[in-house]
Design a binder for this molecule. Structure first.
Ligand code: NAD
Ligand code: ZN
Ligand code: ZN
Length: 346
């Protein structure tokens, strides 16, 4: 089959690789109809996350079930399914407590970051514990919405839920990439009075205008001063970090009010990050950080999409054939031409 393979920083290639195969009798094989590129793939693309050369990339994919293992009953060949970015065994206490990223049995829980769980930017993808992980796509949910529900839709909702937003609050979302735009939409569901979007790419700030009450261009103004002005000097009740950089992490501590909450979904794999203890202490701040547990949020998000309260499909701005993945990576990385989500079809 053909797949997008990581060879090094800025070096992804479409290659012929061995066909994906069932892991065991609880797994399934999905023929991928579309996959996408996430900001998390960019951390690999930038060489910031160690990857074994030859790893098949991608953790966002939808498709049709091709084959199931002998113990699989509730998933059938021919079913239209969504492959969640993170998977678990479905049996351990972490999986049962709905934090599959902490699964005690599976070694690899995120697709496309190691050869143990090859990714969805391919013609086929093998999925462990298929009955637990694979989700049939409801008939009223479009392919585009389903694709964005594999990761970034749930991530945005998780970010907003973790931000403790109450009606009338002031909320800042730092980063208006696809994840930040999903977080803005989700934050709006909790009825904040001010919803402030921060980025430094003009097209993305324009996209944020649909959901935000204020948009702040971090390349042109002092964001902390602007947030103080919008919040009458108090700072924001909740700040969502959807970038994943030391600079924006620090900014969140500046923007949050005393007693407020910082909700981090941006991926910053730096255990040596200097947590600003002094500021946190003086501000009585709550900080939540985590990886989204996609499957846990899907029933609720299918409902929100069907009710028209969450609109993800318009984030798909560009379409490419799988062969053109290197070009798609370059475009998504440079954020040129209003690119938000790319649709890769094998
Ligand atoms: P993206 O790279 O497309 O978007 C990042 C945005 O941040 C861009 O629009 C960029 O202009 C903006 N930005 C960068 N530096 C900035 C600064 N100093 N000030 C203001 N804005 C700045 O990525 P994405 O797909 O939207 O993903 C965002 C983050 O979420 C990534 O770190 C990704 O790894 C992470 N992520 C986390 C989870 C999770 O489960 N926690 C899931 C999916 C993605
Ligand atoms: Zn992702
Ligand atoms: Zn488990």
């Amino acid at each position: 089959m053909r797949a997008v393979v990581w060879h090094g920083a800025s070096d992804v290639r479409v290659e012929r690789v061995a066909d994906a195969a069932l892991f065991d009798d609880r797994s399934a094989l999905v023929r991928v109809e579309a996959s996408s590129i996430c900001g998390s793939d960019l951390h690999l693309y930038h060489g910031l996350v160690p990857v074994i050369p030859g790893t098949i990339l991608g953790h966002e994919g939808i498709g049709t079930v091709e084959e199931v293992g002998g113990a699989v009953r509730r998933v059938r060949p021919g079913q239209r399914v969504l492959v969640p970015a993170v998977v678990g065994c479905g049996e351990c206490s972490s999986c049962r407590e709905s934090y599959v990223v902490g699964c005690e049995q599976l070694v690899a829980k995120v697709f496309g970051v190691s050869p143990l769980l090859p990714g969805a930017q391919a013609e086929m993808v093998a999925v462990p514990a298929a009955e637990f992980n694979l989700r049939p796509i409801p008939a009223e949910v479009s392919d585009e919405d389903a694709l964005l529900l594999t990761d970034i839709g749930p991530t945005g909702f998780y970010a907003a839920r973790n931000a403790d937003i109450r009606p009338g609050d002031s909320v800042v979302v730092v980063g208006c990439g696809p994840v930040g735009l999903c977080a803005l939409q989700s934050a709006a569901l909790f009825s904040p009075a001010q919803l402030i979007a921060v980025d430094r790419v003009r097209d993305r700030l324009e996209a944020a205008r649909r959901f935000a009450t204020h948009v702040l261009d971090a390349s042109a103004l002092d964001v902390a001063a602007a947030v103080r002005e919008v919040t009458a000097g108090r700072g924001a009740d909740a700040v969502i970090e959807a970038v994943g950089s030391t600079e924006t992490m620090r900014l969140c501590f500046e923007l949050v009010r005393i007693g407020g909450t910082i909700s981090v979904v941006g991926v910053l794999i730096r255990d040596d990050f200097p947590f600003p203890m002094g500021t946190a202490l003086l501000k009585d701040v709550t900080v939540r950080v985590g990886l989204v547990n996609v499957g846990h949020f899907l029933p609720r998000l299918f409902g929100l999409v069907r009710a028209g309260r969450l609109s993800l499909a318009p984030l798909v701005t560009h379409r490419f054939a799988l062969e053109e993945a290197p070009q798609a990576y370059r475009l998504f990385d440079t954020r040129a031409d209003g690119c938000l989500k790319v649709w890769l079809h094998p």
